[in-house]
Design a protein around this ligand. Structure first.
Ligand code: GAR
Length: 187
């Protein structure tokens, strides 16, 4: 099997990146992580790229043409699939068009509920019964592309934001690899 050359975009802790790297080391997993891009120079997650000798690039999103720099690097590393994993920057429509059907994202809610930021606080305020995560294709609208996989759990009365995040991330570590396998199953 020829693995898809993949770039993972991160901004922070990179625990999903770490999880994807360990899955990608399995010969039958459909992607190879060939590049990591971060918009945050100090992202802890960059340490995983260093640890596994994966090329990584910091992109200064304050610069006007930063997406061009991203595109040039995607070309350089022959990237044909992109996983957003805690990348807290909105991607332009022009960029999405270029990679349509080839960019996926993981979001810590049961989309279409709670798009955007502060998902856990809003869930608690809304007295939601269920929480979870969604892996979806990225389209021109924030957190709105078609769903690939969703995993849920029941919220316990004692769950606070911290616990919700922990429970959600535990599901994310299953959902993201499963979604990738699902996408490439028929290739
Ligand atoms: C993940 O829980 C992911 O769902 C969330 O950021 C976290 C990143 O964690 N993404 C978003 O909120 C995107 N809107 P990680 O850096 O440890 O993988």
């Amino acid at each position: 099997m020829v693995k898809k050359n993949t770039c993972v975009f991160i901004s922070g802790q990179g625990t999903n990146l770490n999880n994807l790297i360990s899955h990608s080391r399995n010969i039958s997993f459909p992607i190879k992580i060939s590049l990591v891009i971060s918009n945050n120079k100090h992202a802890v997650g960059l340490n995983y790229a260093k640890k596994y000798n994966i090329p990584y690039i910091f992109i200064n999103t304050k610069l006007n043409n930063y997406e061009n720099k991203i595109l040039l690097n995607l070309k350089k590393y022959k990237i044909d699939f992109i996983c957003l994993a805690g990348y807290m920057k909105i991607i332009s429509n022009a960029f999405v068009k270029k990679y349509k059907g080839k960019i996926i994202n993981i979001h810590p809610s049961l989309l279409p509920k709670f798009k955007g930021l502060n998902t856990f606080a809003r869930m608690l305020k809304n007295k939601e019964k269920k929480a979870g995560c969604t892996v979806h294709y990225v389209n021109e609208k924030l957190d709105s592309g078609s769903k690939i996989i969703q995993k849920k759990f029941f919220i316990n009365q004692k769950d606070d934001e911290k616990i919700l995040k922990k429970k959600t991330q535990k599901l994310e570590y299953k959902a993201y690899p499963e979604a990738i396998i699902k996408i490439f199953r028929n290739f």
